[in-house]
Write a protein that binds this ligand. Structure first.
Ligand code: ATP
Ligand code: MG
Length: 625
């Protein structure tokens, strides 16, 4: 304490810090952990025009990091200067930042790293007969001398943070550091498929990638060799979005498998990552994150990379717009192929507006008949009747093959088998139960899965999730428009809620009462139910209210907006269940309806509505060819 006071009283000189101290302080920002060293050194190699880069890591970087490249090398008389602070060959004035073509520009990576490690570099240019070796330890030059060397540059870092014990102590376990390094190595490799990379971690070869790969080959090599990624290609006013995203079933528990690049630079951006995630929408199961490499190309003047010494954060002039572009690009990619059905609904079959979504990649896909038509709200006659004529007992649709009737019990929301026309509605005009030339229903399994053949592919549809999706999209619209029909109960029912359920109800009372329920408070935690939504009317009003309140509470907790939570709960409770047998027409009808959904590929909880097995998949399983 007293020494603090003494310090305050003493008059002291203001003077510049010694260069080693400055570099050590800068190192605190530039090299947070071994992974950052790898990034800086490999970026230097890329800036040097290398087309082969080798990364060797020992003891997760705490023992040694070696980067070897075949780039242009450093001239003998320049090598010492490379370690001076703010010495760079990449820019000569601030304006150069507006048209930056290199990863580095600050001239501080080498002096920073060399100040907190034992640093050895050997470099040779094509013009030189020999290379130069420079050794620096903790920022202190140990020597420079000629040495026999290949053209290019090799850097060897040993004992990182040996002289900054606090930083060394804060390093995480070897496994964690290895994970960070691997992510950076993967990102660097994804950013530059033209460059060949080898990456060896703790004695194990993690990847060897040839130079001159295409983006698709690189993605397949480093992200998930056996999975089919979906190409993203979208041109907007402010940016071009390119790359590949994984199908939803590849989604991970953390955000680490999504790689974003701006003008080939690996960056981190919560906003842009959100753009990708929101493009998946409900296709992503809760708390899952997509896999992919998304490249954003913008004019150099539109992006400021001089935000942080690590250059991993950037500022974008049109961040919001680019977020939206990414959202659209990813959505389009997911719609266009892969997880997208390779069949179309017969309802769309003759409609000129049902042209494929326009992605050339999709049309090249084997077995594809046509892509799904442009998104349209579910506005099926079936559902119109179902929702708009609560008085009618059932809606009957007649297929184009005369008298082949089937019905849907609107009271439960279930599609049920019936031999006759219960109500005698006229055939719904334009009802899509016509010839299903896009797919053929070939069977069902366990009264849950519907089996379809489409071209040479096999589709397995989960009837519950499919129906849930169909109902959900309609309910979202209706909840929003406050047009959910209610069914008056013959006798109002009093329901006792728990205090928590009561709190949920009170908070959302208006929403309940504009979504087909008529509920009033009855004193204490008792409520009086006079009407319930038509699609749920077959079930016990008490049970349905309690279930919807409970669903609603948990969906709300998971961040879903109130109206969507309401729609989701109602759709889930009304959908056909496993075990409900659908006849052929009902099943075809359900699939037709599903195909008209905006997002036909997953139920509102993110579970898939169908999976696809190609002839190739089966042939592989059976060891054919
Ligand atoms: N592998 C390499 N091959 C050829 N030259 C290199 C290599 N590594 C570094 N250099 C040279 O050394 C200089 C200093 O490198 P350093 O990483 O410190 O700065 P920078 O890359 O210019 O900027 P930044 O600090 O933003 O990375 C570079 O400008 C480059 O000329
Ligand atoms: Mg650099």
């Amino acid at each position: 304490m007293s020494s603090q006071a003494d310090k305050k009283l003493t008059r002291r000189w203001i003077r510049p810090l010694p260069k080693q101290v400055v570099n050590k302080i800068a190192a605190g920002e530039v090299v947070e952990r071994p992974a950052a060293v790898v990034k800086e050194l490999v970026e230097n190699s890329m800036d040097a025009g290398a087309d082969r880069i080798e990364i060797v890591i020992e003891k997760s970087g705490s023992s040694a990091i070696k980067i070897i490249d075949n780039g242009c090398g450093i001239d003998a008389d320049q090598i010492e200067i490379a370690f001076s602070r703010h010495a760079t060959s990449k820019i000569s004035g601030f304006d150069d930042l507006n048209d930056l073509a290199t990863y580095g520009f600050r001239g501080e990576a080498l002096p920073s790293i060399a100040s907190v490690a034992q640093f050895r570099m050997v470099s040779r240019t094509t013009d030189a007969d020999v290379g130069q070796e420079i050794i620096i330890e903790g920022g202190v030059l140990q020597g420079v001398q000629p040495i026999a060397a290949q053209v290019g540059t090799q850097v060897e870092i040993k004992n990182l943070f040996f002289n900054t014990p606090a930083r060394r102590k804060f390093l995480k376990s070897e496994t964690t550091e290895a994970r960070h390094i691997s992510r950076v190595a993967t990102a660097l490799a994804l950013g530059r498929p033209d460059i060949g990379f080898t990456y060896t971690l703790n004695g194990r070869k993690i990847f060897t990638l040839p130079s001159g790969q295409s983006s698709a080959e690189r993605v397949a090599s480093v992200l998930a060799p056996r999975e089919r990624f979906l190409p993203v290609q979208f041109e907007g006013e402010q940016a071009t979005i390119e790359g590949f995203v994984g199908p939803p079933q590849l989604a991970q528990n953390n955000r680490q498998s999504l790689y974003l690049f701006i003008n080939n630079r690996f960056i981190q951006s919560a906003t842009l990552a959100h753009g990708v995630m929101s493009g998946y929408g409900e296709l992503l199961p809760p708390r899952k994150f997509p896999v992919g490499a998304v490249h954003i190309k913008v004019n150099a003047g539109e992006v400021d990379v001089n935000v942080h010494p690590t250059k991993i954060e950037v500022r974008l002039a049109a961040e919001r717009e680019i977020h939206d572009l990414i959202h659209r690009a990813v959505k389009e990619a997911l719609r266009s192929d892969g997880i997208i059905p390779t069949f179309r609904s017969s309802a769309n079959a003759h409609s000129p507006s049902s042209s494929p979504s326009g992605n050339s990649a999709s049309s090249s896909h084997g077995g594809r008949i046509r892509g799904i038509g442009s998104p349209q709200p579910v506005n099926h006659q079936f559902f119109k009747e179902l929702f708009e004529n609560p008085q009618a007992g059932s809606v009957v649709l007649t297929s184009s093959s005369e008298n082949d009737q089937f019905s849907v019990n609107k009271e439960t929301g279930e599609i049920i088998e019936t031999g006759e026309n219960l109500v005698g509605h006229e055939t719904a005009s334009g009802a899509p139960a016509g010839p299903t030339d896009g797919f053929r229903l070939i069977g069902r399994f366990s009264n849950l899965y519907l089996i379809l053949q489409v071209g040479t592919d096999l589709y397995i549809v989960d009837q519950h999730t499919a129906h849930e999706r169909v109902l959900y999209e309609e309910m979202v619209r209706r909840v929003d428009e406050q047009s959910v029909n209610g069914q008056q109960l013959l006798f109002p029912v009093q329901v006792e809620l728990s205090p928590t359920q009561m709190a949920v109800y009170v908070e959302a009372a208006d929403l309940f009462n504009s979504s087909g329920f008529t509920i009033s408070e009855f004193g204490g935690t008792m409520v009086n139910v006079e009407a319930v939504p038509v699609i749920l009317a077959k079930k016990s009003p008490e049970k349905i209210l309690l279930k919807v309140i409970d669903d609603f509470a948990s969906l709300r907790k998971s961040g879903l907006d109130l109206k969507k939570a309401m729609a989701q709960s109602m759709a889930c409770r009304a959908a056909v269940m496993s075990g409900d047998r659908l006849n052929d027409k009902e099943a075809e009808f359900l699939i037709e309806s599903l195909l008209q959904c905006e997002n036909a590929y997953a139920c509102p909880h993110g579970r898939p509505t169908f999976i696809k097995l190609t002839r190739d998949d089966l042939d592989k399983q059976f060891g054919r060819g």
